[in-house]
Design a protein around this ligand. Sequence first.
Ligand SMILES: Cc1ncc(COP(=O)(O)O)c(C=O)c1O
Length: 475
Amino acid sequence: MDELRRAARIAADVTADHLAGVGDRPVWQPVPEPDHAWLTRQELPVAGRPLVDLVHDVRTRILPYPMGNGHPRFFGWVNSAPSPAGVLVAPLAAALNPSCAGGEHAGVLLEHTVLRWLAGLVGYPHRPGGGLLTSGASMATVVALAAARQRAADRVGVDVRADGLYGLAPLVMYVSAEGHSCLRKAAELLGLGNRQVRVVPVDDRFRMDVGALRGLVDRDARAGLRPFCVAATAGTVNTGAVDPLDAVADVAAEHRMWFHVDGAYGALGALAGGAAAGYAGLARADSLALDPHKWLGVPVDSGCVLWRDPALTRATFSLVPAYLRDERDGGLGWFSEYGPEQTRPFRALRTWATMSHLGRDGIVRLVGTTVRRAHTLAAMITAAADFELLAPAGASIVAFRYRPTGQDDHLDALNQRIPGAVQRRGRAFLTGTRLAGAEALRACLLNPATTDDDLALLLDEIRAAATGDTSPTPP
Ligand SMILES: Cc1ncc(COP(=O)(O)O)c(C=O)c1O
């Protein structure tokens, strides 16, 4: 163990130095040869190498080429900087290396607490067996919709686990035009077919149009199809919009549909001052996806799904071979009975550490700070003559576009080009999207270290990138 101790001490310093220096380095940079070749084409060494050499390789060949999401001027997708507490405990989870499939050990017991904490944060009803930590929201969605499918089949006496979808009228699911692609992927994976995923139009604030939802559900029911699930979003990926959850829940209840809420990114937005009313109805969901690896900053592979009916989800997945039977679980069964994974990593430790370190107050501060910063950016964009805000700032996302005078004829081409050009300059990282049929830029603010100066710099970087200047600039 002396070799590990020595290498781990060096690794601890490398980790802390890396995190302390993030803001002084390019947000992102291309990987030059020979490091590119080393990363992609190295051969498995014949003789094993000492641990300290591996730490050296990580420091010199890996840490210089991040995705960028640790940096205060990373505004892309929905990827946060890692929480220090999460970074701290990740190696400790690996040192224990349990499978959190089930059994009585710390990893499993702590997962129950973390699930209860996450539900409590957003006011979602929770009882033991009411959730699962997952790799991310994509897997959370598969688990949730599998339970929804199970319930729909049970109601008409079809055993979907035995017979699949044979004997069932097509099950139809409703997702807004701004719903995340993981919803459609889950429908495909579950054999529902994406032709049975209805795309509900959105209103002028990019929220699900509930009148249109009603119209679609009525039409499908009249046609002999089976509307079985509506998936609303609390914090869409394009604009951070929160669907009218209460009204969607009403439609779900009237038609006995499963009500899923994708709060993977935005559920925590309910904690921002004055925001809670906009989330009314979230607690009525049959299932809720909520990713600790997004706004909370828990290192990735930290998703979560919560549900109202533990027995139903267990009935959806439980399949316990004799060699895995265990009576020591207080009647709840194993976590592996509530989802597709058997061997499961110790995900709870990173989320527990992050939430404990921040405390509830710290989490509320984190959300409030980033939401306020998003509103500051939206105000800067509104005030600038060469930018245009495309949506109200929702949760902590701002959707906008660059619109210099005299270039209206090729705004789409210009805005499509900008994210890559900004990224190559290395001082900020931005991604784009399509919104209401137009190319858009979007900035997602998750890092409390981002300052107003960083926001001003982002806008200047966009202006510079738009002129075609893509040369990397010193940080
Ligand atoms: C609203 C929303 N839902 C679902 C997902 C998918 O989450 P994951 O990448 O953790 O699978 C994302 C990812 O950004 C998201 O923003």
